[in-house]
Design a protein around this ligand. Sequence first.
Ligand SMILES: Cc1ncc(COP(=O)(O)O)c(C=O)c1O
Length: 355
Amino acid sequence: MKIHNVIKKNVRGQNAYAIEERECAIKMDANENPHALSPALRKELFDTLSRIPLNRYPAAGSPSLRRLFAEKYHVHENMILIGNGSDELIQVLLTALVASSKRGVVVPVPTFAIYRIAALNTGHQVLEIPLDERFDLDLDAILNMIARRNPEVVFLSYPNNPTGNCYSDDRVLPIIQASPGIVVVDEAYHHFSDRTFLPRLKEFNNLIILRTLSKVGFAALRIGVLIGHAEVVRELNKVRLPYNLNTLSQTAAEFFFSHEKEFVAQTENIVSHREWLMKEMKAIRGIRTYPSDSNFILFSCQDDKDGVYENLLQRGILIKNFGNLGPLRDCLRVTVGTGSENAAFVEALKGILNR
Ligand SMILES: Cc1ncc(COP(=O)(O)O)c(C=O)c1O
């Protein structure tokens, strides 16, 4: 067998998504919630999970969860699709969409890597459009592309990972209005920005909102939510695998609803720590921070960012590094940690840059 005869060219042309697995005492690289569940909640959750019949398949399509999310978002449950993380929902969407060589998928860059990867895997052309110098959308370039190529979908990460900011609403809106295709507003970091396009679903049948429980404390459980028009969701449901979300995750997500206050208190705590961290980082010479509406901060280093990254790692702190090409070539990204983790990070960074 010749591998190029059986594997798609688009797949062969990629590298597998690499997750940096490095030993560290303080993990600030993956935009997770740094807080564990309280021991009492953890016990309650695990007691509930221990009663699950593991010999049975999960509820197909996560019906009770769909109802809970529908109530929460004030939409009909036929507008909700539950995924194994929002990653899976991105893949489901791209699998269902027409993939034409004359059209394509608009991805403002830099942004979340999975849009490009999943688009290539599903046979789409990727139309990358650089963000402007403030990491906002280049509205003219995107509208131009929409007019020329009639893209199947536009992906907008709002707030954007890894830059941290929400795009200007008055740039997002014209894109939704002008798009004959789908526009995904990915609100994975909604809990830290408090901004949303969800109410706009009433006006636009091409709008899809993505949410996830990964950033609020359940990253291990992979619970993503897609909210869109019923006729779109109906089609996507044909692509979704029947038992895509396991019973442990479905049950834990229901638990989330009955204890949402505790989770929200943690996200509020993260937002106030983000403000502290931002203030401290702004005072450090040799780096430049970018505004954040998320649970992480992007910053650029005047020189030797790889040295800064490795030095932090030697001190037990793992953050996210980016490749040495493109607009993030000087940048690193730190996820907001607990109070003591943030303090340790700031001390370490000062120590490294003031040597
Ligand atoms: C913008 C964005 N969307 C989606 C995801 C993936 O979320 P999930 O864990 O639900 O697959 C991430 C994760 O980092 C993200 O940054």
